[in-house]
Design a protein around this ligand. Structure first.
Ligand code: NAD
Ligand code: TYD
Length: 356
């Protein structure tokens, strides 16, 4: 196990980052300091961390509003907190948004990662007791046909502005390892679900639209396939890599849990109906096939044998239980939903999706 004193979590107010901070406090023995650097875009929400903030702010947990593209601001954080480990979640993360407006994706995902790497290199020099862990996606590998899997060795073939920007950042991270010996690890993970996911991604969109009896927009023929993983299982995998992973290496993380979108949406109708004690068929009739996403990747499926055999990681939440837990969370957290749907995000949705 590595000895970690001060971990910088970028994007710690987003979906996976905030769950990671909860995970560190609740499910690990970690006793160092956690510094959460987040710009608080539409997707960043400090309400995700209310409890942590109450208990630990100023002691073991510190929030810093910062843009990862701002070199000086990040330099200050490295110095102020003597950072020895970075876990880099901060990103623009939604494919549909990257199609409507790719600029922020290039800026944050590529330039922001570059800025963090430059700071790490300058601050750490040739230390080898430090680590930069980069969080990435399986979408960098492109799209699969009916068979086959993405391996760590699969050539990159990104097809959306989002996945292209993530692929660029992965390449930069590897280049800093090869060229400057910066100690890095990387992970490429499949689709996550769980509490605090912004209601723009498939599962929360569907849960909330079912609850609100709105149309359930299924893109194209609904037969695209994604491999779903509960967010805490992603975070336990990232933590295993940070502690035991081999420097310079990449690990795939996945759910081994492939679902056609339409089957998943039907299952969500059944599950939410059960929670609300309502008629499933009523909800299923809300399913509406809409115009496909341009360049929509057909199938993602991860082979994660490496992290299982080398680091002893495995998924711990099965899909049925994970979905129930997630549905319950969305049904019981209306205030969170109202808050994240107001403000900047609302304006953006009204402008870009008004004709859908
Ligand atoms: P998210 O959109 O919910 O959160 C992103 C966070 O980053 C937000 O808190 C936002 O405020 C912050 N941020 C954005 N731009 C910033 C900037 N310039 N400076 C500082 N902070 C900034 O995203 P997520 O779903 O939690 O994804 C986190 C990471 O995991 C991303 O790197 C994403 O590519 C990767 N990933 C996500 C999934 C998934 O299914 N969601 C799967 C695999 C990998
Ligand atoms: P999404 O959650 O946006 O994740 P990603 O595109 O990164 O995989 O979408 C998951 C799948 O669901 C993808 O095939 C697109 C599809 N989808 C819909 O059919 N309807 C929707 O409203 C959304 C948001 C996604």
């Amino acid at each position: 196990m590595r000895k970690i004193k001060n971990i910088l979590v970028t994007g710690g107010a987003g979906f996976i980052g905030s769950n990671f901070i909860h995970y560190l406090f609740n499910d690990t023995e970690f006793d160092g300091r956690i510094i959460n650097a987040d710009k608080l875009t539409y997707a960043g929400n400090l309400e995700n961390l209310t409890e942590i903030n109450k208990k630990h702010e100023g002691k073991r947990y510190f929030f810093e509003k910062a843009d990862i593209c701002d070199y000086n601001a990040i330099e200050l954080l490295f110095r102020k907190y003597d950072i020895d480990t970075v876990i880099h979640f901060a990103a623009e993360s939604h494919v549909d948004r990257s199609i409507h407006g790719p600029r922020d994706f290039i800026e944050t995902n590529i330039n922001g990662t570059f800025c963090l790497l430059e700071n790490a290199r300058a601050f750490w020099g040739d230390r080898d007791d430090v680590l930069f862990h980069h969080i990435s996606t399986d979408e960098v590998f492109g799209s699969l046909g009916e068979t086959g899997f993405f391996y760590e060795t699969t050539p990159y073939d990104p097809r959306s502005p989002y996945s292209a920007s993530k692929a660029s950042s992965d390449h930069l991270v590897r280049a800093y390892n090869h060229t400057y010996n910066l100690p890095v690890t990387l992970s490429n993970c499949s689709n996550n679900y769980g509490p605090y996911q912004f209601p723009e991604k498939l599962i929360p969109v569907m849960i909330l639209n079912i609850k609100e009896k709105k149309p359930l927009p299924v893109y194209g023929d609904g037969r695209n396939i994604r491999d779903w993983l509960y967010v805490n299982d992603h975070n336990s995998a990232a933590w295993a890599i940070i502690n035991k992973g081999k420097t310079g290496e990449t690990y795939n993380i996945g759910g081994e849990n492939e679902w056609e979108n339409i089957k998943l949406v039907n299952s969500l109708c059944e599950k939410v109906a059960r929670f609300l004690k309502k008629d499933t068929d009523y909800y299923k009739k809300l399913i509406t096939f809409v115009k496909d996403r341009p360049g929509h990747d057909r199938r993602y499926a991860i082979n994660c044998d490496r992290i299982k055999s080398e680091l002893g990681w495995k998924q711990s939440v099965d899909f049925d239980a994970g979905l129930d837990r997630t549905i319950e969370w969305y049904l019981n957290n209306q205030r969170w939903i109202d808050n994240v749907r107001s403000g900047e995000y609302k304006k953006w949705m009204e402008k870009n999706y008004s004709k859908r």
